[in-house]
Design a protein. Structure first.
Lengths: 146, 115
């Protein structure tokens, strides 16, 4: 029965994750504001009162993380992070690759061009133009360039 | 100047439940202040640690919460002890009294009593 209640509670937490994050943020802000007001009444300067209130409260991000762990959502967030990070990384690499290729398409590789330009230039010609590539032509050993 | 002691592991829940039992519905800041006051300012409560605990107690059904207005008309979340929470408080109180009694026996023990 307790396990069922915890599971239903977990599902509810998952569905209302954003609302609960907002609730926690509002609660923490309210708490720090109340402590700041009390210190202000005691004659402390506004900046110092706020600083003291933050110190008394402790690390806000750590507490938010503890609350997420309590709601059992850390696993879901980690899973989402694990799934999103590779996709984002592939997108970034693809975008960087297409930028580099478009840059080398317009330029002629010569003996003074850098390694990246040479590699992309040779790669592009091998892939799209079907030319034979010799070591002298590319300026780089073929097995390294490809 | 008085030396402040850190809250012992596992005792904060008991303090929160007892505070809500005695004072009725309170917001997080109110609970933290009352705990400090009741302890005679001897306890150093890291106030933020109350929130994961309040969430845990709420998920266990020991407390419920709702939005309300604080004494200076600021919106605050008020926590209230439930029937389940009263039972939990009673059980935890018995556990602590038993533990305290056992420790007291160790402090009072003399060599001749044990021979």
């Amino acid at each position: 029965m307790r396990a069922l209640r915890r599971f239903l509670s977990w599902l509810f937490n998952l569905a209302t994750r954003r609302a609960q994050e907002e609730r926690l943020r509002e609660e923490i802000d309210g708490h720090i504001a109340l402590q700041t007001e009390e210190d202000l009444r005691a004659g402390v300067s506004p900046v110092e009162a706020r600083r003291q209130a933050m110190l008394k409260f402790g690390g806000v991000e750590a507490i938010k993380q503890d609350c997420r762990a309590e709601r059992g959502l850390v696993f879901v967030e980690n899973l989402a992070g694990d799934c999103c990070a590779p996709v984002s990384s592939i997108r970034t690499r693809r975008a960087a690759g297409s930028r580099a290729v478009s840059w080398t398409i317009g330029s002629k590789p010569n003996a003074n061009s850098n390694a990246n330009a040479g590699c992309f230039g040779v790669g592009k010609r091998a892939a799209f133009e079907g030319h034979h590539i010799g070591e002298q032509e590319s300026g780089y050993p073929t097995h390294l360039a490809l | 100047m008085k030396q402040k002691t850190d809250v012992l592991q596992g005792t904060l829940a008991l303090m929160v439940l007892k505070t809500l039992d005695v004072l009725g519905p309170q917001h997080g800041y109110g609970i933290a202040r009352r705990i400090e006051q009741i302890s005679g300012d001897l306890l150093a409560v890291n106030q933020g640690t109350l929130y994961p605990l309040l969430l845990k107690l709420e998920q266990e059904g020991a407390v419920t919460s709702e939005w309300g207005a604080s004494e200076n008309n600021r919106r605050a979340r008020f926590y209230r002890l439930t029937q389940e929470g009263r039972k939990q408080l009673q059980a935890e109180r018995q556990d602590w009294e038993q533990t305290a009694a056992i420790i007291a026996r160790f402090f009072d023990a003399k060599a001749e009593d044990l021979s």
